[in-house]
Design a protein. Structure first.
Length: 489
């Protein structure tokens, strides 16, 4: 970005007058599509690490930014931009698609934004994702270990730019493949604190939603899930158990494989990310549903949400197709998996239109189009190696060191079903200190929770899919707020 002479002067002046504060050049002064007053300060820009330029969008808390926690948010993929969370899940705005295709969406304030109670850093990671890029393309060949250490380096530099937030409690959160990002970054942060790396982060804990964790446990979680949800009959479940001997992930016999194939047939037509939602097939899916009001009533009633904008019909790039969970090694991109570069349902169009708009890109300080030509929901630039193995050892390590962990699951997600998260949290073997019970939001049962020693909490959100705040925004803000405050949920 070119600076004019006068803005350089302004920047210098500000640096002289105000020391130790956020870079004024990063401030976002207007947000195309939004006509009101921005309810808190927003900043956006890049942190440079060698040839890598990592893009962040930072929203100050609408509560008390001086004291409220700072949360690093990551979407999954790998390759998913964290604008997914900003646009569709817990950002300060609800995005309403314009009536004319391709026009800027209309932005409304989100009454359940997580920025009501925390400041959030939305980070596009690793380089090659969203608006993040590298001048050295070899950086696009990456994996868990490298991404975690880069993200830690990002955080250290970010807090140098925003030192006034160093004393706030700091948390890391994310969902889906960020089930790998979150604990691996948290581990780097912990090691940095132990080694007295400066600046010292006031790290308190982390949150993972429908997170990829352990190949075997997550891989075995689907069959019990589909049985419990009433998607397959008892007989098939019993037969599969008998033939597979509980080992659904790596079937050892042909008979087992046959049973699993039968299960796949039964559930093939469902929306993987929320079994309550319709899944549109074929070319009819290309129809863009532009306003919530135009949705068929059967759809409107599904997964009742307080969020007055459309819930996506179907989502892409968050994880893998059925029964192909996270294996060690190279994780195929969606374009490789689906054999197409086109996303079959155009449900991320609101984000796509907004983030590729010239005015918006200018306003939120992205690189020029000659550098990052377009924003993609899921990047296919990167080649990503899942090289950190199971996350269970990370969770054990972090929680035994006193960092608080919330493992939450939308209980209607079939992509990373709650049965897996429930099983691995239990497998750690900590004493149960808060036995399975309902938790409430607005006087209603919002899901269930089981609390373990060392502040490890497992929580379900009833009726939510893979991206919890998208489906249950009010409930999501509720548990988020309580967890950050260290209160029982
Ligand atoms: C926002 O302001 C612009 C320019 O004043 C106007 O054209 C547009 O209709 C307004 N949008 C809303 C949603 O009020
Ligand atoms: C596989 O199923 C067939 C047909 O039900 C049965 O005859 C056979 O014994 C089974 N094989 C094993 C190894 O269980
Ligand atoms: C945590 O990690 C450290 C460093 O790798 C290791 O020395 C320690 O044994 C681990 N602790 C647990 C509980 O896994
Ligand atoms: C759990 O977290 C609370 C609040 O941060 C803290 O006071 C308590 O000591 C922690 N308990 C354990 C067992 O780590």
């Amino acid at each position: 970005m070119k600076k004019t002479g006068s803005s350089v002067c302004l920047v210098l002046l500000v640096h002289i007058v105000v020391t130790n504060s956020a870079p004024e050049s990063g401030i976002v002064t207007k947000i195309p599509g939004f006509n009101g007053t921005i309810p808190s300060k927003h900043y956006a820009g890049y942190v440079t690490l060698d040839e890598k330029n990592l893009y962040y969008y930072f929203v100050e808390s609408q509560g008390n930014p001086l004291q409220d926690p700072v949360v690093l948010w990551l979407n999954g993929g790998p390759g998913g931009s964290s604008f997914d969370g900003f646009v569709y899940e817990h950002g300060p705005f609800n995005f309403e698609a314009a009536n004319t295709q391709g026009s800027l969406p209309i932005l409304h304030l989100n009454p359940y934004s997580w920025t009501k109670v925390s400041s959030i850093i939305y980070l596009d990671s690793p380089a090659g994702v969203g608006f993040s890029y590298s001048n050295d393309e070899t950086d696009y060949v990456t994996g868990d270990i490298k991404t975690a250490s880069d993200s830690h380096a990002f955080l250290l530099k970010w807090f140098e730019l925003y030192p006034e937030f160093l004393s706030n409690p700091f948390f890391i959160a994310g969902e889906s493949y960020a089930g790998v990002y979150v604990p691996t970054i948290a581990y780097e942060v912990m090691k940095g604190i132990d080694a007295d790396v400066k600046p010292k982060l006031n790290f308190k804990g982390y949150m993972v939603g429908n997170g990829v964790t352990d190949e075997l446990i997550d891989g075995n979680a689907l069959v019990p899930f589909v049985h419990g949800m009433g998607l397959i009959p008892d007989e098939l479940f019993e037969e599969a158990n008998r033939e597979c001997d509980g080992n659904f992930y790596k079937p050892l016999s042909e008979n087992c494989t046959n049973k699993l194939a039968k299960i796949d047939e039964d559930i093939a037509g469902l929306n993987l990310y929320n079994i309550l939602e319709p899944c549109y097939h074929g070319t009819e899916t290309d129809k863009v549903i532009t306003t919530y009001g135009k949705l068929p009533s059967s759809f409107r009633k599904l997964g009742e949400t307080e969020k007055p904008h459309l819930v996506r019909k179907r989502m892409f790039g968050r994880a893998w197709p059925l029964r192909a969970p996270v294996r060690d090694g190279i994780v195929p991109s969606w374009s490789q998996l689906t054999n197409s570069i086109n996303v079959p349902c155009l449900d991320v169009s609101v984000a796509y239109v907004w983030l590729n708009n010239e005015q918006v890109r200018k306003a939120i300080h992205t690189a020029e189009k000659s550098v990052v030509s377009s924003w993609e929901f899921v990047s296919d630039k990167i080649s990503y190696d899942h090289d950190a193995g199971s996350m269970i050892k990370y969770h054990k390590n972090l929680t035994s060191r006193g960092y608080r962990a919330l493992i939450f699951s939308g209980d209607h997600d079939m992509c990373v079903p709650f049965t897996g998260s429930q099983a691995w949290t239990r497998s750690i073997g900590y004493k149960i200190v808060d036995e399975w019970r309902p938790w409430l939001s607005n006087g209603q049962v919002a899901g269930f929770t089981q609390g373990y020693d060392n502040n490890l909490t497992f929580l379900t959100i009833k009726g939510a899919g893979h991206t919890v705040p998208e489906y249950k925004p009010q409930e999501a803000l509720e548990f988020y707020k309580r967890f950050l405050a260290g209160l029982p949920i």
